[in-house]
Design a protein around this ligand. Structure first.
Ligand code: NAD
Ligand code: FES
Length: 295
């Protein structure tokens, strides 16, 4: 069992938990994710890792209540436990494999949208621990939905907070801040954008124009998280990829966001899944138990 040692509500429908998961904590790296189940019959819920403490054998997860399974998760308290925590899954962020001296010469801009602030945090923290101060933009709908601001301020070079309604920090979406920084002469070698798909799409349209290479973390629906079910299929640079094993991070300028968003909607209904099975054929090879593709 994977015991919960901290459970906090960060904002409306957004929760943070520390969970004992020694194996994951021992080896996880920024960019990777895990899958939790509240009980042995529960839905598999993929979550990006927000933080980890190797010595204590704990990982921190942040999640938003979006349906019955996450609502059930939100009710868990300190002392309760998850039936299962599987991970680390996926590929770590590219920069953890780079030569540190080369990396130090690059200026990174992280763009975190809403709950996407949680997976951005371990990346910025990793950079800070390796002597690199990256700039960070955190965007949220309003003041109450800004999360992890204090934690991010401790590890970021410059932190720019912006809200859609102007109730806190700057006024406007994250893209407006990127434009402002570019206009003020800030130069960035790499942008990492994590948040809702629509945000990542518009950040990528802008950074393409500004000629800033951009990495995004894709969060399509995932079921098995091991490349078997086909749920998380994407097209990147004209090639079929699976977010759970090939990603979740990809070159944002090559991702087909419109297809990913359409597919996300279709996957939610039985009819949509049947249509995907029909159109995607072999690469949607079933195994998820949802679409019947394996029967
Ligand atoms: P949100 O809708 O509040 O958006 C967060 C910020 O993104 C906004 O404040 C704005 O600055 C920016 N944004 C949104 N739409 C934009 C647009 N059209 N152009 C430019 N900027 C835009 O975010 P939320 O409600 O916290 O997001 C929830 C979604 O994020 C869920 O769908 C969840 O699955 C996803 N998510 C993604 C990841 C990931 O790894 N990519 C991680 C956690 C959550
Ligand atoms: Fe990626 Fe199943 S979740 S293939």
């Amino acid at each position: 069992m994977y015991r919960i040692t901290k459970a906090e509500k960060l904002a409306d429908k957004i929760y943070l938990m520390d969970v004992e998961a020694k194996r994951v904590a021992k080896s996880c790296l920024p960019g990777e994710f895990l899958i939790v189940r509240t009980d042995e019959h529960g839905e598999r819920i993929p979550l990006t890792i927000c933080d980890y403490d190797r010595e204590a054998g704990k990982v921190t997860i942040v999640f938003q209540v979006v349906g019955a399974s996450t609502a059930k998760m939100a009710k868990l308290q300190v002392g309760d436990a998850f039936a299962d925590v599987t991970g680390p899954l996926g590929q770590p962020s590219e920069f953890v494999k780079e030569d540190i001296e080369t990396l130090k010469k690059k200026k990174y801009l992280f763009v975190a949208g809403g709950v996407g602030t949680a997976p951005v945090y371990p990346q910025v923290k990793w950079m800070h621990e390796h002597g690199i101060d990256a700039d960070v933009i955190v965007g949220a709908k309003n003041k109450d939905l800004v999360i992890l601001e204090k934690e991010m301020a401790e590890v970021a070079g410059n932190l720019y907070v912006t809200t859609d309604d102007g109730s806190y920090g700057r006024h406007g979406m994250v893209t407006a801040v990127i434009e402002e920084l570019a206009a003020a002469g800030h130069h960035y070698d790499v942008c990492v954008a994590i948040g809702p798909m629509i945000m990542m799409k518009f950040v990528c349209l802008l950074t393409k124009k500004l000629e800033i290479p951009t990495i995004v973390s894709m969060n399509p629906i995932m079921v098995d998280g091991t490349g078997m079910c086909g749920a998380c299929r994407l097209t990147v640079g004209g090639e079929v990829k699976f977010a759970c094993v090939d990603g979740p991070e990809f070159d944002g300028h090559l991702v087909d966001f419109d297809q990913a968003m359409k597919r996300q909607q279709m996957y939610k209904t039985e009819e949509g899944r049947a249509m995907l099975k029909l159109t995607e054929g072999e690469t949607h090879h079933g195994g998820c138990g949802h679409c019947g593709g394996d029967q």
